[in-house]
Design a protein around this ligand. Structure first.
Ligand code: 13P
Ligand code: SF4
Length: 301
């Protein structure tokens, strides 16, 4: 039997759904039931009435899906697919910053551990961070873990005071503005669409800044025919499928997130068949962390 048929049969038997991020390999995106950015995936995880969720993505995504759906079984195709940035924040630093400001909101990017979410006031994704931070009543914002997204949000919400944690995405943080300028010079008609995890020097060159879904939607609606893409290379699958008449150039030489690429179709089949790599979160931690996720869902409306 072909692997695609095996997966289809297993999904039916187990009442399962496959959710995938835009960065996982093309063939996993092709056979997923829903492909999205972090926010879209979190919402989809709540809406589905499937009994089992196979989360084709990295650790924090599976954890969030589980905390929002404690009664569902959430399976990760590869238990070692982990976002390094999510581990660049810690509870001690948050407690220290909290003790220094009276009127502080701790805002954690969804790319964070459940323990960090549990001591945060609200969670955000790249698609809703600006909207949510603008709505917070607090004057001081501690943004963790991503210093680049935090800096970008601070430029969009200038009336607040930001303290930034020093985390970063190893992939987006290394996008080189000099390289982007070379690509722009080679393709002067192309619009540059960048993810806010890139450094401020890169974002300064961008025609549009947004999440993976934001970039895909923008390219689809735009009249331009050429685009330089400042995010992980997995988005090219959706960009090229949706826009056969448009051309996309990467803004970096090595555009791949090694952790997202660990999620293969074979591993999707195996975890569904054997029900392995089930996501488990300490109930005490989950009970607190889910509040910051639920507040995000509320404030993003
Ligand atoms: P999005 O929410 O934009 O899909 O980003 C997730 C991510 O990990 C970016 O590196
Ligand atoms: Fe984490 Fe960066 Fe990979 Fe996104 S691209 S999952 S932030 S390492």
């Amino acid at each position: 039997m072909y692997i695609e048929d095996e997966i289809a049969a297993l999904k039916k038997e187990k009442q399962a759904i496959i959710l995938a991020h835009y960065y996982v390999p093309d063939e996993v995106q092709e056979y997923a039931d829903f492909v999205g950015d972090s926010f879209g995936l979190a919402k989809k995880a709540i809406e589905t009435d499937a009994k089992v969720i196979v989360f084709a993505g990295v650790d924090f995504m599976g954890e969030s899906a589980k905390m929002l759906n404690p009664e569902k079984k959430v399976l990760m195709p590869n238990a070692t697919a982990s976002c390094p940035m999510a581990h660049m924040a810690d509870v001690k630093t948050i407690e220290k910053v909290r003790s220094q400001y009276d009127d502080l909101a701790v805002v954690c990017y969804v790319n964070s551990t459940a323990a960090v979410k549990a001591v945060s006031d609200v969670c955000v994704t790249s698609s809703n961070a600006v909207k949510i931070v603008r709505k917070l009543p607090n004057k001081h914002i501690f943004f963790t873990p991503d210093r680049n997204l935090g800096h970008y949000v601070s430029t969009q919400v200038p009336d607040k005071h930001f303290i930034l944690n020093d985390g970063f995405c190893p992939r987006h943080d290394t996008v080189d503005p000099a390289y982007v300028k070379q690509v722009q010079a080679a393709h002067p008609q192309a619009l540059f669409l960048a993810h806010p995890e890139c450094r401020k020097e890169v974002l300064a060159l961008a025609d549009y800044v947004g999440s993976t879904s934001g970039i895909i939607d923008y390219a689809g609606k735009s009249d331009a025919k050429e685009f330089i893409i400042g995010t992980e290379g997995g988005v090219f699958y959706e960009l090229e499928t949706r826009n056969p008449g448009k051309t996309f150039y990467p803004a970096m030489e090595d555009a791949y997130c090694i952790n997202m690429k660990k999620v293969t179709l074979e591993k999707v089949r195996d975890c569904l068949r054997d029900e392995t790599n089930e996501v488990r979160v300490d109930p005490d931690v989950a009970g607190k962390a889910v509040r910051s996720l639920e507040r995000m869902l509320e404030l993003a409306k």
